[in-house]
Design a binder for this molecule. Structure first.
Ligand SMILES: Cc1cc2nc3c(=O)[nH]c(=O)nc-3n(C[C@H](O)[C@H](O)[C@H](O)COP(=O)(O)OP(=O)(O)OC[C@H]3O[C@@H](n4cnc5c(N)ncnc54)[C@H](O)[C@@H]3O)c2cc1C
Length: 386
């Protein structure tokens, strides 16, 4: 196993970093935060124009035929810079599923437009009554000839108010066992009967509750087999579960180190002179390193043709819980000033300690809660009984 980047990937990383440093100005960061939306069309166009939107895809889809390591450094950097890529990521994830199981017509209609930033796709899995047990989805799709009529609601449809499509999980046969009566659709948000209402989270992010009231879609918007939705969804959940959040920790650490080296104290010495400050920074630094290695192990496995079924969840659980631990610890280290608002010019590090603490709390919930990830590790990684 190796964790090192080869020279070509290191060059690619430097190019991407230079691009992000150029476009992610403090004014841009402020605008994105105030909007609560992790998406910016011009930013996406910049990624597409440079071949950074989906570098491992072939050139006809704007890619560069790059490898999994190149994708990984791009992911690490966009996270490290807190770039507004959430909607791009869900779009790319669904595009990749369409590439695997979509009809030729669906591929023609969606793939090129998704990969050049013209269309966007949000995820509609969770419902007000079920999230972890996503197979219990109750949103109904009933067939009428060549079309489907959809009724129900979805919770936390992040970016559902601006996306062009919702990748929707719906129940098509209520009489079959719950995993066997589900079907996936791509629902245009322009369809009559679709509505998105804002739900604001602790971190300042906008997500949505979405409603589907007699939404009619043609059968051509179905993805995969009728009642075969669980297999299609599994492709997406696996992708989500394999996410690593170490770069957010790295960013927090960078600010904490800067604060420790420069903040004024009553005794005239910088905080780093205090042994307790050094201990807390060292712990965050170790957990950053472990998070990076756990995530890179998944990339290495993918490169070997293996699926990181349990290793992905290990990376997700460790990195998100480490982010929570470090955010809490660093706010305690900085003291009350650490809770001054994000982007307030006089707050230490422009309030990033406050923001990361609030932001970290959601990371152990979405893309599979820590409890759900631990169950996957126990059952599929360690072979423990259900
Ligand atoms: C900011 C944010 C953005 C999101 N964006 C999206 C999105 O774009 N699209 C989308 O579809 N969803 C999205 N989600 C939903 C997210 O995936 C769910 O919140 C998550 O899966 C948990 O589901 P739930 O909220 O229904 O909680 P529940 O499933 O009700 O869980 C409540 C608690 O019980 C625990 N629990 C549940 N089942 C078990 C079990 N079997 N064993 C042990 N413990 C268990 C959970 O771990 C949790 O602690 C988002 C959520 C948030 C907070």
């Amino acid at each position: 196993m190796h964790f090192q980047l080869d020279p070509e990937t290191a060059t690619f990383r430097d190019e991407v970093r230079a691009h992000l440093e150029r476009v992610l100005t403090p004014e841009f960061e402020e605008r994105v935060y105030r909007s609560g939306v992790s998406h910016d069309h011009d930013f996406v166009v910049g990624l597409v124009d440079n071949g950074y939107f989906a570098p491992s895809w072939p050139p006809e889809f704007g890619g560069q035929n790059r490898n999994a390591w190149d994708e990984q450094v791009l992911k690490e950097l966009t996270m490290r810079f807190d770039a507004p890529v959430y909607l791009s990521e869900t779009t790319r994830m669904v595009a990749s599923i369409i590439q695997q199981v979509g009809t030729p017509e669906m591929k023609d209609r969606i793939l090129a437009a998704a990969m050049n930033g013209e269309i966007t796709i949000a995820l509609g899995f969770t419902e007000p009554e079920c999230g972890s047990d996503v197979a219990a989805a109750a949103t109904r799709a009933v067939r009428h000839g060549d079309s489907w009529v959809i009724n129900g609601s979805k919770m936390f449809t992040t970016n559902g108010h601006i996306a062009d499509y919702i990748f929707l999980l719906a129940r098509t046969d209520p009489d079959k066992p719950k995993h066997k009566g589900l079907t996936m659709f791509l629902v245009p948000t322009t369809a009559e009967g679709f509505e998105a209402q804002a739900v604001w989270t602790l971190s300042g992010e906008r997500t949505n509750i979405t409603f589907f009231s007699d939404v009619r879609v043609d059968d051509q918007w179905r993805i995969g087999e009728v009642d075969g939705g669980w297999q299609v969804l599994a492709l997406s959940l696996q992708d989500e579960h394999a996410s690593g959040w170490g770069p957010h920790l790295a960013r927090l650490l960078e600010h904490a180190e800067h604060w420790a080296a420069t903040a004024a104290t009553p005794n005239g010495k910088p905080p780093i002179a205090d042994r307790d400050v050094r201990r807390r920074l060292a712990r965050a630094a170790m957990e950053t390193e472990v998070s990076t290695l756990l995530q890179r192990r998944c990339v290495w496995m993918v490169e070997q043709g293996e699926v990181p079924v349990a290793e992905g969840p290990m990376s997700k659980v460790f990195s998100t819980e480490a982010l929570e631990r470090a955010s809490q610890d660093i706010v305690e280290m900085v003291g009350p000033d650490g809770l001054r608002s994000y982007l307030e010019p006089t707050a230490p590090e422009r309030g990033r300690f406050d923001h990361t603490l609030r932001f970290s709390l959601g990371t152990t919930i979405y893309a599979g809660t820590s409890e759900v990830q631990r169950t996957i590790i126990a059952q599929r990684g360690l072979g423990l009984p259900r």
